[in-house]
Ligand binder design. Structure first.
Ligand SMILES: *Cc1c(COP(=O)(O)O)cnc(C)c1O
Length: 428
């Protein structure tokens, strides 16, 4: 018998993440449990992919029901949920875009693919409809953006670790400072086909633009015959108290890009929704995806829209979001945070670097401290931690997490001795 080949020491997993020191083995609702059985309140919620919590009964039922019938067909044939999913999306999300109920829907899988889909659609619309000369189209994007990890989208990033070393990048993009409508206007010319931005920048640390920014983008898009694309992959589907964050400013984008929570935390599912005259340029053969619009994802996506349509999750996000904001204001007033921003039940909190002497990553230090005490979060860019619990969180659980946040901040500051880990009283 041949000698077994020696395996090398160390992990086989590529090192493109630096996970927190916890191994999760199961989850329910707003809680996850590690392999030792310790519970954590999940304040990361899969970067908002778990807006409805872990294993939401309606979503799991929809998934299991569909698993027993049909999971994948490819788009070479039709299936019974494809048009119902698109119709539901056009009915629920369409009216929040300028496409209204006439909207078209392109189902994809990941957020990055859906953003790429929007980019392809607006470019082709630019050439076929607007009359931009071949290969001259440009798209205006924002500084500090995060749209995904493909080569084109990495090229748009201003974050050196996301961008450096992955060039050459696709041309055809211009960057304007996020929140500066004047600069966006100045960047637009006859060859501009779209303005593509996140309504609230998630990865950048929940950056909320000035109130007149999105209304002004809408005007600029109309004045210049430019497609306004809102990347709502993280901000959409309830997080900000609305189905689209653009609703915060009564603005209808021409195209909305959805992802993350659309898959219910079960499968990757994304979509572009909006103006028929733009998306109908994607004729047979021009675009596609092996898995996009698969029956399992459609079943879950319909169930997600069913959860959102009555509005309870949005109301809850808005209501608990106010409470979260009040807590964070108090912690900031007490000098425990240097700043914070919220949009619905979504916050970026800024950690004072001097709180954690000897570490150049104070937000990471706080995330580790919170983890020790049973709250799962993750640092994002700069000194910021993003808080995005499932929208199903109960008020006492939110209050409990804030108590732990305060304790953790005081402990980092050295005014409270590190407390032994408190087990949150997990609902099961
Ligand atoms: C997460 C995210 C994406 C990318 O989604 P993936 O599913 O990871 O490809 C795109 N845009 C925004 C705003 C996001 O937050």
């Amino acid at each position: 018998m041949a000698e077994p080949r020696h395996t090398v020491d160390g992990p086989a997993l590529a090192p493109n993440y630096a996970p927190l020191p916890v191994t999760v083995s199961r989850a329910q609702g707003v809680y996850v449990w590690d392999t030792d059985g310790d519970a954590y309140l999940d304040f990361l919620a899969g970067y908002s992919a778990l807006n409805f919590g872990h294993l939401h009964q309606a979503l799991v039922s929809a998934a299991i029901g569909q698993l027993k019938h049909l999971t994948l067909t490819s788009r070479a044939v039709g299936h019974e949920l494809l048009e119902p999913f698109a119709r539901r999306m056009a009915d629920v999300v369409g009216p929040l875009t300028s496409g209204d109920r006439e909207s078209l829907v392109v189902p994809m899988n990941t957020g990055a693919e859906a953003v790429e889909t929007a980019i392809k659609a607006v470019r082709k619309w630019g050439y076929d409809v607007k009359g931009v000369p071949e290969d001259q189209a440009n798209i205006v994007v924002a500084s500090g953006n995060f749209h995904g990890r493909t080569t084109t989208l990495s090229g748009l990033s201003g974050n050196p670790s996301a961008r450096d070393g992955f060039g050459p990048f696709a041309p055809g993009f211009r960057t304007a400072p996020f929140g500066d409508a004047e600069a966006v206007g100045a960047a637009i010319d006859e060859a501009t086909v779209a303005v593509l931005m996140e309504p609230v920048q998630g990865e950048a640390g929940v950056i909320v633009p000035p109130d007149d920014f999105w209304p002004r983008l809408r005007e600029l898009a109309d004045e210049n015959d430019v497609v306004l694309v809102a990347d709502e992959v993280q901000s959409g589907l309830g997080r900000t108290g609305h189905i689209l964050a653009c609703e915060l400013w009564d603005t209808k984008p021409d195209l909305a890009v959805l992802g993350k929570a659309l898959g219910g935390g079960i499968v990757p599912a994304s979509a572009v929704v909006g103006r028929r005259d733009v998306l109908e340029v994607l004729t047979p053969g021009t675009h596609g995806s092996t898995f996009g619009g698969n029956p399992l994802a459609c079943a879950i996506g319909i169930a997600v829209l069913d959860l959102l349509e009555p509005g309870q999750y949005q109301a809850r996000a808005a209501q608990l979001g106010e409470e979260l904001r009040d807590h964070l204001r108090r912690l900031t007033d007490e000098g425990l945070l240097t700043g914070f921003r919220t949009a619905g039940l979504w916050a970026g909190i800024d950690v004072d670097p001097s709180l954690v002497p000897g570490r150049d990553d104070p937000a990471r230090a706080l995330a580790e401290e919170l983890l020790e005490r049973g709250v799962l979060t993750q640092e994002t860019q700069g000194n910021t931690i993003r808080l995005s619990p499932p929208l199903s969180i109960a008020r006492p659980e939110l209050d409990h997490a804030i108590e732990i946040l305060e304790l953790s901040l005081r402990s980092l500051r050295g005014t409270t001795p590190p407390a032994p880990r408190q087990q949150p009283a997990a609902r099961t």
